[in-house]
Design a protein. Structure first.
Length: 384
C-alpha cells in the first residue's frame, strides 16, 4: 500500500482534477486521500456545491478518502491555506506522498523557488517595496529578481505554482517525511475563460450559475448551486455594523486594508462595488475578498492560527477505510461533527464555528436550508 494525499477545493470537480488523480496513481500511489475545502473557498467565495456533494464527486472519480479542510484554513492566503492543509495531511500519520499540480511540473525547480521565497521575504528590498504600496506577490517577484535569475522569479507568478511552493515550505517547516510530487497542469490558466477539455474551475462555475452545459468539462452533478450574491445584503449589513478595530482583528485585514474596508463599506451598495472601493495597488482582489468574508464570518487572526483539534471525514470508499485503518492520528478522527465537538474544548469551539459557517452558507441557495445541518449530515460512503 502506498498512500498519497491531494489538497483540493474541487470547486467543482472537473477533468483537470481527474487527470491529476490518474497521474498520481500512475506514479505508483495505490490509495488517495484528499483534504478538501468545506463550504467557503480560498478566493473568498461560497463553494458552488456543498462539501458533501463535492466529496461525492471526488469519490466517484478516483479519490478514496475525503477529509474536510476547515473554513479557518480555506479562507487563508496561500501560506496559511497550505500550512493548515499540510498539518492535516501529516496528522493522518500514514501518508507517503503529497501530490499537487503546478504550472512548472518540475519539483526541483519548485524547491529552489521555495528557498528563494524564504530568503527574499526577509530582505530590505522586499520590505521597501511593501512599504511603497506593492502587493505581496508583486513585491516578492520584483525583489527576487535582485538575487535570482528570471526563471526562478517567474515560477511564483502562477497561482498554481504559488500553492505548490507553499506546500513544499509547509512540509519543510514541520520536517515532514512525506515525499512531495508535482503533476504538470494542462489546459486553461487559473480564472481563465478559455475553453478546452481542461477549462478553469472559474469558467465552469460561471457556466453553472448561468445554466450552461458543463458535461464536456466536468462530471454531471445533480445538486443545487450556491451563489454568494444571495448573501450580498447580509454581508453588507454585517460589515456596516463593524468598527475599525473589528476589521483589524479579522484575518487578512493587514497593511491598511482594514481601514479601507471600513470606509468602503459605508458607500458600497453591492459586493462588487465594495471590492472596487477597497481596491488598491497593494491588495490583490483575492485578499480583499478573503478579508470581507473573514469579517462577515467573524474569523479573527488568533482563531485562524489554531491547530486542528480533530479531523473530520466527509466520505470514503473501501480503500478509504483501509487508509483510516493505517492512520496514526494524534487527534480524534470521525465522520460526525457532533461527536467530534465533544472530544475537547478546542474541538467544541472549532466544530461550533464550522457549523455556524455552514448555517450561513445554507442561505446561499435559491431555497435556503435550515440551521444545524452540519451536525446531522451523514458521510458519503461509496460501495465498490
Amino acid at each position: 500500500m502506498k498512500i498519497g494525499a491531494i489538497i483540493s477545493e474541487y470547486n467543482p470537480f472537473h477533468n483537470g482534477h481527474k487527470y491529476h488523480i490518474e497521474q498520481t496513481r500512475a506514479a505508483g500511489v495505490t490509495h488517495i486521500a484528499t483534504v478538501m475545502s468545506g463550504n467557503f473557498t480560498q478566493r473568498g467565495d461560497a463553494a458552488i456545491y456543498d462539501k458533501h456533494v463535492r466529496a461525492r464527486a471526488a469519490l466517484e472519480n478516483g479519490i478514496d478518502l475525503v477529509i474536510e479542510l476547515p473554513v479557518r484554513y480555506s479562507l487563508m492566503a496561500a501560506e496559511g491555506f497550505a500550512r493548515g492543509a499540510v498539518e492535516i495531511v501529516s496528522a493522518l500519520g500514514c501518508v507517503d506522498t503529497l501530490s499537487f499540480g503546478s504550472e512548472s511540473g518540475n519539483i526541483e525547480a519548485l524547491k529552489e523557488a521555495s528557498r528563494a521565497i524564504e530568503f527574499t521575504a526577509h530582505t530590505k528590498e522586499f520590505d521597501k517595496l511593501i512599504k511603497h504600496g506593492k502587493s505581496y506577490p508583486a513585491a516578492l517577484h520584483e525583489a527576487m529578481l535582485e538575487y535570482y535569475t528570471k526563471d526562478v522569479a517567474e515560477l511564483i507568478a502562477s497561482p498554481n505554482n504559488t500553492l505548490a511552493i507553499e506546500y513544499l515550505s509547509a512540509l519543510d517547516n514541520i520536517a515532514s517525511p512525506i515525499k512531495p510530487m508535482t503533476i504538470k497542469r494542462l489546459g486553461a490558466d487559473h480564472d481563465s475563460d478559455d475553453e478546452d477539455v481542461f477549462i478553469s474551475a472559474s469558467a465552469i462555475r460561471k457556466k453553472i450559475l448561468n445554466g450552461g452545459d458543463i458535461s464536456t468539462f466536468a462530471p454531471a452533478v445533480d445538486a443545487p448551486a450556491a451563489d454568494i450574491t444571495r448573501l450580498e445584503r447580509a454581508i453588507l449589513a454585517k460589515l456596516r455594523t463593524l468598527r475599525a478595530e473589528d476589521f483589524e482583528r479579522c484575518y487578512d485585514s493587514i497593511g491598511g486594508l482594514a481601514e479601507r474596508l471600513g470606509k468602503a463599506v459605508r458607500g458600497a451598495r453591492s459586493l462588487s462595488e465594495l471590492y472596487f472601493l477597497a481596491k488598491a495597488k497593494r491588495y490583490t482582489l483575492s485578499s480583499i475578498r478573503r478579508a470581507v468574508m473573514c469579517a462577515f464570518l467573524n474569523l479573527d487572526k488568533k482563531f485562524a492560527a489554531e491547530k486542528p483539534a480533530y479531523l473530520r471525514v466527509l466520505g470514503m470508499n473501501s480503500r478509504g477505510k483501509e487508509i483510516l485503518s493505517e492512520a496514526k492520528c494524534p487527534v480524534p478522527i470521525d465522520t460526525s461533527l457532533k461527536a467530534l465537538s465533544k472530544t475537547s474544548r478546542e474541538a467544541f469551539l472549532q466544530a461550533g464555528f464550522e457549523a455556524r459557517c455552514t448555517d450561513i452558507y445554507s442561505l446561499a441557495f435559491a431555497e435556503p436550508r435550515p440551521c444545524g445541518v452540519d451536525f446531522t449530515a451523514a458521510p458519503v460512503i461509496i460501495s465498490e
